[in-house]
Design a protein around this ligand. Sequence first.
Ligand code: SAH
Ligand code: SF4
Length: 369
Amino acid sequence: MQTNLLGLDAQGMEQFFAGLGEQPFRARQVLKWIHRRGAADFSAMSDIARGLRAKLTAAAAIAPPVVVGDGSAADGTRKWLLKVDGTNAVEAVFIPADGRGTLCVSSQAGCTLDCGFCATGKQGFNRNLTAAEIIGQLWLANGALGCHKDGTRAVAGSPRAISNVVFMGMGEPMMNLDAVIPAARLMIDANGYGLSRRRVTVSTSGVVPGMDRLAAECPVALAVSLHAPDDALRSRLVPINRKYPIKQLLAACNRYLERAPRDFITFEYVMLEGVNDADAQAQALLGIVARVRCKFNLIPFNPFPHSGFKRSQPERIRRFAEVLQRAGLTVTTRKTRGEGIDAACGQLAGEVTDRTRRSLTVPIAELRA
Ligand code: SAH
Ligand code: SF4
């Protein structure tokens, strides 16, 4: 069977070349060809001897997911639907904003964690993505945006360049670290995408053991989906809270920060009208996060059919933010992007064959309508 080199990080690539009886510098050369220059086949790799290229063609492949959908919104947001096998497709979203370009990648086809306000959670779970399928989203987006060029990542300052990657698409990255870690390493590898550690953000709903593992193996920036100031409400909104309640979660945040000095945790907080958006709840948040170095990112809820939730009014969000800000916290409110192509947070549904047999009450066609 051919090895898909797309998903191998520096160490994996060295092992692969050692297996072929080749030197480690070959691994670095090929990494650069694939990730910096966007090479899709070995014949283009002009500084690699013809004999080795033939050997590689026989033993390996560079196989990204297949683009089956490509849509752009008026605000420049672009969303790709990527087929990863016969029955599953996942989504990746590019969001340009003044001076930077963020790619939001998926880590699983579906999600097992079933947060009530999330379209991905509602569709069930099929499988983890491989490292090749995760990094393949960045590889494909770079190609589609014309950013591979001749070894440079992109034209500096170009709004089309991908300057940041966030694991905020479909899935819970901490449930798939075997693939997420090599993919994140490729993103920060100088022979890969060369992004700084702080420009790669993993977002988690609070899978505590995963946070500790990521801290130890690849401490990139961390975002934590908090969404509620107390365990009763959080367990209702984010069911994984029953396993890892708020106290444990916040302790894990502080352990993470020990590994990532000078960093902060970004707490994500989805604004649900009449559920978690009262001033008293903002006050309660101040109490629980007092000992964590953090910022807040408020996300106006993005509706999807039958969710049962409503987005908080802009004035309510502003007042909620004010309570946090008055206590000295940095608070941003996420702008809703990608309207018209269902590319906003929590709207990504892709096409997933649900193998969890959890109640899929809403047909996928309807979720995507
Ligand atoms: N599984 C991870 C990462 C993917 S979701 C996590 O839960 O953190 C990325 C962010 O979008 C999370 O903060 C998530 O809570 C939020 N989100 C999910 N559904 C949403 C919706 N319908 N509207 C707004 N934000 C949503
Ligand atoms: Fe999964 Fe995150 Fe959606 Fe919850 S919010 S269901 S953890 S993708």
